[in-house]
Write a protein that binds this ligand. Structure first.
Ligand SMILES: *[C@@H]1O[C@H](CO)[C@@H](O)[C@H](O)[C@H]1NC(C)=O
Ligand SMILES: *[C@@H]1O[C@H](CO)[C@@H](O)[C@H](O)[C@H]1NC(C)=O
Ligand SMILES: *[C@@H]1O[C@H](CO)[C@@H](O)[C@H](O)[C@H]1NC(C)=O
Ligand SMILES: CC(=O)N[C@H]1CO[C@H](CO)[C@@H](O)[C@@H]1O
Length: 598
């Protein structure tokens, strides 16, 4: 049986219809008692709320409610984005001023519409005017518009002209970089632009127009999955300038997973090098997986050094650059940092050189450069075969001279062909001084059990909070050593010890961490050949350490822990409604059971 609508809901429906279609006098609304009006504002659909916006300015709370209801997942990712220094893709407005939820709502809505329309435009059969494409009903329904009727509301053109002015951040695929779409976006004042799949000259033309159209406000440009010729790059970089100004205001520039240099031996387009050296506000620059060769990498570095900006973050990753830093770095050997102040290097806080196939000779070059980077806090050298000798060349950076501590707070050395000997040397030196190191990872190096004692000593003396020692071949002996030597309270908040074949000793170490690290938040102990009794060992530790901050103990990757008893143990320890201990998913139907005996 259908529900009979209440009188209230009937009134509401009529009022909403009137507002949405501009009938009646919306002004009358504000003569309603404020209790009733406030209630009404909180339940109006977006399209109706938009239409009384001019009449009533205090709607931020209603917009906030609508936004959070429609995109609950965004709040999390936006929050995380702000947390990571590395990701500068999106310029968050929240940090500077109060959040304008109406703007965010329509920005996100229009993005969803453009994404939906992109799918239609990508169909091989499509050959028409993108502006005339229809927004799917499922999306229109979310803003309170039902049925197509004879209005034009659900055409992309109508949407852009109505909501384009709210867009600050935009992701656009190459197929949409066409005149009709650009005309529709004339009202938007873009601050951050992500361009994907720019694959042809036509896309490039569109992209350039869009950038030029927004050159006054644009602060962030990101190119992903693009295939560009040198001339294309020149055009894109050129479109950011005003006619007579030789500087641009871009703060974040990034090219990812793209082919922009043709062949490995080619040099960088002059437009790009001018762009990099003429950025007054350039804050972060990233070239990740762009098939770059050594020559280009050297030229990019030179261009950045000439830049008048105080570059804070530089990423060059996923390119084949063996020998690159031994070339660049050795030049620094001859410069004195005092007579040749390289502003761009001096201001660098974050340097990411992951996955470039750099070797030990590159590291001695890098060391000369690091001397010129007094502010560097975070260094990522993972996935480069630098070896113990490479690590030794950098030791003065990590440890500095006796008495002087390094400023480094994050060091990433995953998969660097390091051995237990090299890492033990580093750990012993680090343990000699307090330092400021917060994050350390040497996951994926085959270090063996001998690293146990120096690691324990380091943990006891340092303030490190995040430690990743996944897959370093500790073995049960290594864990035993760690466990035995670790006698003090430690500062750890997150630790990853997975894939170390620790057996029951890994369980003992986990319980040791639970008891010794009052600030521990997460422990990743998966894939350690844990025997069934591990759970009760960990259970004991959890019982003893009441009131600590633990959110998660990951023990996945070992099915022998799952039993009916394990469910009981798990259910005793919860964090915000979720179990702290996580096991591999346990399928009760695969286990033998007798209920369905005939
Ligand atoms: C819808 O758009 C067409 C042209 O695209 C126009 O001729 C027509 O008047 C519009 N209809 C309404 C109801 O605005
Ligand atoms: C490191 O790379 C350089 C440049 O390709 C090469 O000349 C050198 O032999 C390499 N060193 C080692 C130890 O592989
Ligand atoms: C930690 O361990 C898990 C595997 O159990 C892995 O997926 C994860 O990437 C590791 N590293 C970090 C930094 O979390
Ligand atoms: C899936 C898995 O890794 N299972 C292992 C759990 O640990 C025991 C040892 O106690 C192994 O025998 C299992 O293979």
């Amino acid at each position: 049986m259908k529900d009979i609508p209440s009188l209230f809901s009937l009134c509401l429906r009529t009022i909403t219809w009137n507002i949405m279609h501009g009938c009646g006098n919306s002004q009358d609304l504000f003569e309603l008692p404020s209790v009733f009006l406030d209630g009404l504002l909180m339940i109006l659909p977006p399209l109706a709320l938009q239409n009384i916006y001019e009449l009533h300015n205090e709607l931020n709370l209603a917009w906030e409610t609508l936004y959070k209801k429609r995109w609950p997942e965004n709040l999390k990712t936006k929050h995380q984005l702000r947390g990571t220094e590395a990701d500068h893709g999106i310029v968050t407005h929240e940090s500077t001023c109060a959040i304008d939820w109406q703007q965010l709502y329509w920005e996100e809505h229009l993005q969803e519409c453009l994404d939906a329309v992109t799918e239609q435009a990508l169909l091989p059969s499509f050959d028409g005017n993108i502006a005339e494409l229809e927004i799917p009903e499922s999306i229109m329904g979310l803003i309170g518009h039902f049925g197509s009727g004879d209005c034009n509301c659900s055409k992309l053109s109508c949407h852009c002209s109505q909501f384009g002015c709210y867009v600050r951040c935009l992701r656009l695929q190459g197929v949409l970089c066409r005149d009709e779409v650009l005309n529709l976006l004339e009202e938007s004042k873009l601050e951050a632009l992500v361009l994907r799949r720019i694959l042809s000259r036509r896309h490039v033309d569109g992209a350039c127009k869009l950038i030029y159209q927004n050159r006054e406000t644009l602060a962030s440009i990101e190119l992903v999955y693009c295939k560009l010729l040198p001339l294309d790059i020149d055009m894109i970089c050129g479109s950011i300038y005003n006619k007579d100004i030789r500087y641009h205001g871009i703060q974040h520039f990034s090219i990812k997973s793209s082919n922009i240099f043709g062949s490995k031996s080619s040099i960088i387009p002059s437009g790009l090098s001018f762009f990099l050296s003429s950025g007054r506000s350039l804050h972060s620059v990233r070239f990740a997986d762009v098939h770059m060769g050594q020559k280009s990498a050297v030229a990019i570095f030179e261009a950045l050094i000439e830049s008048p900006s105080g570059l804070a973050s530089f990423e060059m990753s996923g390119n084949e650059l063996e020998g690159w830093l031994s070339k660049v770095g050795n030049r620094y050997n001859h410069f004195s940092p005092v007579s040749e102040p390289h502003i761009a290097l001096q201001s660098l806080v974050l340097l990411n050189l992951r996955g470039n196939n750099l070797n030990e000779s590159d590291m001695s070059g890098l060391h000369h450069m690091l001397v010129n980077m007094p502010k560097l806090l975070s260094l990522d050298l993972s996935d480069n075969p630098i070896g113990d000798d490479g690590l030794r060349s950098l030791m003065p950076f990590f440890v500095k001279d006796l008495g002087k501590t390094s400023r480094a707070t994050e060091i990433w050395l995953e998969n660097c062909d390091l051995s237990g000997i090299g890492v033990s040397e580093l750990l012993q030196s680090l343990a000699m001084m307090k330092g400021q190191l917060k994050t350390l990872s040497f996951a994926g190096n085959d270090l063996g059990s001998s690293v146990g004692p120096p690691l324990a000593e380091f943990l006891g003396k340092s303030l490190v909070q995040n430690l990743n020692i996944e897959d370093i071949g500790l073995g049960s002996f290594g864990f035993q050593e760690l466990d035995r030597e670790l006698t003090k309270e430690i500062a750890l908040a997150h630790i990853n010890i997975s894939k170390n074949r620790g057996g029951v000793q890994a369980a003992h170490f986990i319980s040791c961490i639970i008891c010794r690290a009052p600030d521990i938040v997460s422990i990743n102990g998966g894939s350690n050949l844990l025997p069934p009794e591990s759970l009760s060992i960990i259970e004991d530790a959890l019982r003893k350490s009441k009131g600590n901050k633990l959110e998660k103990i990951d023990l996945t990757g070992n099915t022998s822990l799952c039993s009916l008893n394990s469910e009981f143990i798990i259910s005793q320890f919860m964090f915000q409604g979720n179990p702290i201990i996580i096991l591999s998913s346990f399928d009760p139907y695969s286990a033998p059971h007798h209920d369905d005996d005939p």
